[in-house]
Design a protein around this ligand. Structure first.
Ligand SMILES: NC(=O)c1ccc[n+]([C@@H]2O[C@H](COP(=O)([O-])OP(=O)(O)OC[C@H]3O[C@@H](n4cnc5c(N)ncnc54)[C@H](OP(=O)(O)O)[C@@H]3O)[C@@H](O)[C@H]2O)c1
Length: 325
């Protein structure tokens, strides 16, 4: 095996134009890591935040102050274990795995901590598994853990046609919720096809001003004010803010307890974590057909910058995949 590989690198902060398709050294796993030959990955808003180093605080928290800490971005992955470190017992060479490894997947190979991976069911394609990581984990944890959704509850998904939203609609239905998806006119049929009981076309109707209220709002679009969103919240309901809105994050985070205390309403702000058991739950749901990955577009590895440019438009219908091999 050559010790070089093809990868899409970003060595300075900037837009997709700073990314280069080039040959770099293949990573070598340490004793605790596995080496994965990548079959598929996907692009997430996470990637362009890390590409641009915006908002600035992510440079301090994770991505590197002056230049990107990781020259190869990309977090989602599906592929085959090519080598294992001396202390790895969870996986063996030849296992097909998928997950969210944080960085390094816009490449032919990546090294990963086994705790960020799960076995890919044979029935699930590399593309379908390679796009589920961040988006699927976020949808699952937002509904099950942050919102504590129960059967029969009225759940509204604002941003139902995007990467997280398409999984969230299906998982909420699987939990027995009465689901309302909010999207633009062109995506109404898609969201209905995913099983949403009601679809609100935000170009024609304002979900915060139509007299309806919900037990749970999973907010991916994050485009409404606190006052507007509260109008759509039923007593004892939860607004789970998943999408990025600095003002609402600060106000809700600092003053949420007071702002939402009327009628037992609650504001929830969290970041998804990679939990192997949750990856396995998603794999089982994909394998059984309970959920499916909605693939909007698939690009070859060299076109990763174009895929990022597309995801930055915030118009993706489901997931944008990168097919590596
Ligand atoms: N907290 C966490 O752990 C976490 C994890 C993952 C993602 N996120 C954040 O969650 C957000 C969503 O992520 P994603 O991967 O789903 O993004 P995405 O795939 O880029 O979302 C694109 C979708 O957003 C919809 N959209 C845009 N404007 C809208 C509006 N005004 N109302 C309703 N829908 C609208 C678009 O639908 P139309 O074309 O129909 O408008 C499109 O389908 C992002 O801000 C991301 O950074 C947070």
């Amino acid at each position: 095996m050559s010790d070089m590989m093809q990868a899409v690198t970003s060595r300075t902060y900037g837009g997709p134009e700073v990314m280069k398709f080039e040959q770099i050294a293949r990573p070598v796993p340490n004793a605790e890591q596995v080496l994965i030959k990548i079959a598929a990955t996907s692009v997430n808003p996470y990637d362009w935040h890390f590409l641009r180093g915006k908002p600035f605080f992510i440079r301090l928290a994770a991505s590197g102050l002056m230049k990107p800490k990781n020259a190869v971005l990309g977090a989602d992955v599906s592929g085959t274990v090519e080598a294992v470190g001396a202390n790895v017992t969870l996986f063996k060479v030849g296992d097909e795995v998928f997950g969210d490894v944080g960085a390094g997947t816009f490449a032919q190979y990546t090294v990963a901590d086994p705790s960020k991976l799960a076995l890919k069911p044979v029935k699930v394609s590399h593309i379908d598994a390679g796009v589920v990581g961040i988006a699927g984990l976020t949808a699952l944890q937002a509904l099950r853990d942050w919102a504590e959704v129960k059967a029969g509850q009225k759940v509204l998904i604002n941003g139902a046609s995007g990467g997280v939203g398409t999984y969230a609609v299906q998982i909420a239905k699987a939990y027995g919720a009465e689901v309302t998806g909010v999207c633009s006119t062109q995506n109404v049929a898609l969201v209905r096809g995913l099983g949403a009981d009601h679809v609100i076309d935000y170009k024609k109707e304002d979900f915060t001003d139509n007299g309806q209220t919900y037990d749970v709002i999973i907010d991916l679009a994050a485009n409404r004010s606190i006052a507007d969103t509260k109008r759509a919240m039923a007593p004892m309901s939860r607004w789970v803010l998943v999408g990025f809105n600095l003002k609402n994050m600060l106000m809700g985070g600092l003053f949420g307890r007071w702002l939402f205390s009327d009628s037992g309403k609650a504001f929830v702000l969290k970041v998804a974590e990679v939990v192997p058991d949750d990856l396995t739950i998603l794999a089982e749901m994909l394998a059984s057909g309970q959920i499916r990955s909605v693939i909007d577009r698939t690009y070859p590895l060299k076109d990763t910058p174009i895929a990022i440019e597309y995801i930055e438009t915030m118009r993706a219908k489901g997931k944008v995949a990168i097919e590596v091999s």
